[in-house]
Design a protein around this ligand. Structure first.
Ligand code: PEP
Ligand code: MG
Length: 581
């Protein structure tokens, strides 16, 4: 029995058999073969193609049923590549002439295709490289006996162990069969971690070597509350964790009783407690957990797992449905935040050395105005059906805000001249995620209706900590005095200009930090629906005076660690069960 410590990112306890996925970057073996092996290698290639074809047809069917035809059509391009006679004959010829194994022959031929396509002076054809890459990886995995589609086709419950899982991997997971997942890499605010919470699957990241230390079939305990993996536990340990699991379920059952209670302090100071969502399918969970609205609707997932862009109509239908189902509660729709650790399959984006500092979010949208305006028109049109607000991510200066607002105004004009109705008073806000925005929030506040502090990025950019790098995750400190100062500045500037200030980063999901945020004057907290009842309990356990005093005293300490310790101790005295839970 061994225990491995990682970073807990989604709560809950899971006990089950491990399914170990191998790394994406396949090392293709290069072997010389004898004449007598040629027919065998060719047969292997043909089998690999048949298997891949069957897989693609299966995925296409599943995606079409679950997400609609538009999403499944991308696989038609994959099927075409699979049937490309020239490609097939080139591979067979290489096996015969160079006398090499199939996988190697295939990888060499496909390289030539990549090179040829990247030189073509036609954007559409160049973009097909993504299809070729995707399908060739799948073919290679099949030739080498590796596959990731397994995630969508699980027959029995498993705990998924992998070097890494991309947001698109997690999106196709058979949710009822995945008990939990654990990865070597990743930080608490990586989008894979965020996805785990939204799928309500216990998860741990940053385990370093877990994909090497666990072998398929090992029994694993995944403690998503403490970030601990126990491999091949003895019966007593399993028994102990089963009890913990029961306790966890019991605590959640108790918390769910808070659903209809207000999110307010003991002395009646109300806080808007709202939810972060990635998919419209999460709305029942949002309502079940007692949220007063949606404070962050991340729209990127619309654009993932497909090879085309979502149309205005398709987006309108989705936003309209969210607006209607949440009405009269507010829904803050964040415009596309592509880049960083979220990449779209439909766009072949240039490789960047520092993607989090690169062509991301609003920067991308202000240059791909076509994509941006399509989304904003859809949001505006949907605004008529509920209480929608629009929010721009990663604003660094007021010029970006003005440019975005100018494009939004163009969309409004277009809709007015078409006679299309929309909410003329829809609020417009910005995310405060970059220190420059926090420090100039007095300027920004004069031109928006609200601020939402994205602490995931604000911490990343203020402390220079890559949010997905597990090696430096220990430096990722929400209680760093610099972060507290920035939040305080934003709240003061917002309030001085008469606008509300919320937070929507993962920091607000920590009940103790939520009390700190309330003490700093935050008006609204948006967090994963799963965690929301715990945050509500924390807010209801203190007075506003206590929270303010806590926040003020926190400024007397010099380090994030001291502040964290101070908060834990003070809350332990005042509300011990918050710490115990
Ligand atoms: C944030 O940065 O805090 C945030 C909520 O946005 P995202 O996690 O999607 O970057
Ligand atoms: Mg962000």
């Amino acid at each position: 029995m061994i225990s491995i410590q990682g970073i807990p990112v989604s709560p809950g306890i899971a006990i089950g058999k491990a399914l170990v996925l191998h790394r994406e970057d396949l090392v293709v073996p290069n072997r010389l073969i004898g004449d007598e092996q040629i027919p065998q290698e060719i047969a292997k290639f043909e089998d690999g193609l048949t298997k891949t074809r069957a897989e693609i047809l299966g995925i296409r069917r599943k995606i079409s049923q679950e997400l609609g035809r538009e999403h499944s059509d991308i696989f038609n391009a994959h099927l075409l590549i699979l049937e490309d006679r020239t490609l097939i004959e080139d591979v067979i010829l290489k096996v015969k002439e160079d006398k090499v194994n199939t996988e190697y022959a295939f990888s060499q031929v496909i390289q030539r295709y990549f090179q040829a396509f990247s030189k073509i002076d036609d954007e559409y054809l160049r973009e097909r490289i993504a299809d070729i890459k995707d399908i060739s990886r799948r073919i290679l995995q099949n030739l080498m006996g590796e596959t990731r589609d397994i995630l969508g086709k699980l027959k029995e419950p498993v705990i998924v162990i992998a070097h890494d899982l991309s947001p698109s991997d997690t999106a196709v997971m058979a949710r009822d069969k995945v008990l939990g997942f654990a990865t070597d890499v990743g930080g608490p605010t990586s989008h894979t971690a965020i996805m785990a919470r939204s799928l309500e699957i216990p998860a741990i990241v940053g385990l370093d070597r877990i994909s090497k230390d666990v072998v398929p079939g090992d029994v694993v305990i995944l403690d998503g509350n403490h970030g601990l993996i126990v491999v091949n536990p003895d019966p007593e340990t399993i028994e102990r964790y089963r009890l913990d699991e029961k306790k966890f379920i019991e605590i959640n059952r108790e918390l769910s009783k808070l659903k209809d209670f207000k999110a307010e302090t003991l002395d009646g100071h109300a806080v808007k407690l709202v939810a972060n969502i990635e998919f419209p399918t999460e709305i029942p969970s949002v309502l079940a957990h007692g949220a007063d609205g949606i404070g962050l609707y991340r729209t990127e997932y619309f654009y993932l797992n497909r090879n085309d862009l979502p149309s205005e109509e398709e987006q309108f239908e989705a936003y309209k449905s969210v607006a209607e189902r949440m009405n009269p509660y507010p829904v803050v729709v964040r415009t596309l935040d592509l880049g960083g650790d979220k990449f779209l399959s439909s766009l072949e984006l240039p490789y960047e050395m520092n993607p989090f500092l690169g062509w991301r979010a609003i920067r991308f949208c202000l240059t791909r105005v076509d994509i941006f305006k399509t989304q904003m028109r859809a949001i505006l049109r949907a605004s008529k059906y509920g209480n929608l607000k629009i929010m721009y991510p990663l604003i660094a200066n007021v010029q970006e805000l003005r440019q975005a607002n100018q494009l939004l105004e163009e969309c409004r004009q277009e809709l007015r001249s078409d006679g299309t109705a929309f909410d003329e008073k829809m609020e417009v806000g910005v995310m405060i995620e970059i220190p420059s925005a926090a420090l100039t929030s007095d300027i920004l506040a004069k031109e928006v209706d609200f601020f939402s502090i994205g602490t995931n990025d604000l911490i990343q950019y203020s402390l220079a900590i890559d949010r997905v790098n597990e090696k430096i995750a220990y430096l990722y400190e929400p209680t760093h005095p610099a972060i507290l100062k920035l939040i305080k500045t934003v709240v003061q500037n917002g309030h001085a200009n008469g606008i509300w200030v919320g937070t929507c980063g993962e920091m607000s999901g920590d009940p103790i930090l939520a009390i700190l945020l309330v003490g700093l004057g935050i008006d609204g907290i948006s967090t994963s629906p799963l965690i929301l009842p715990k945050v509500k309990k924390a807010i209801r356990a203190v007075t506003y005076e206590q929270a303010k005093e806590l926040a003020e005293t926190a400024f007397r300490f010099s380090t994030g660690e001291e502040i964290r310790h101070f908060l834990d101790e003070r809350i332990r005295e005042a509300v011990p069960e918050l710490i115990e839970e």
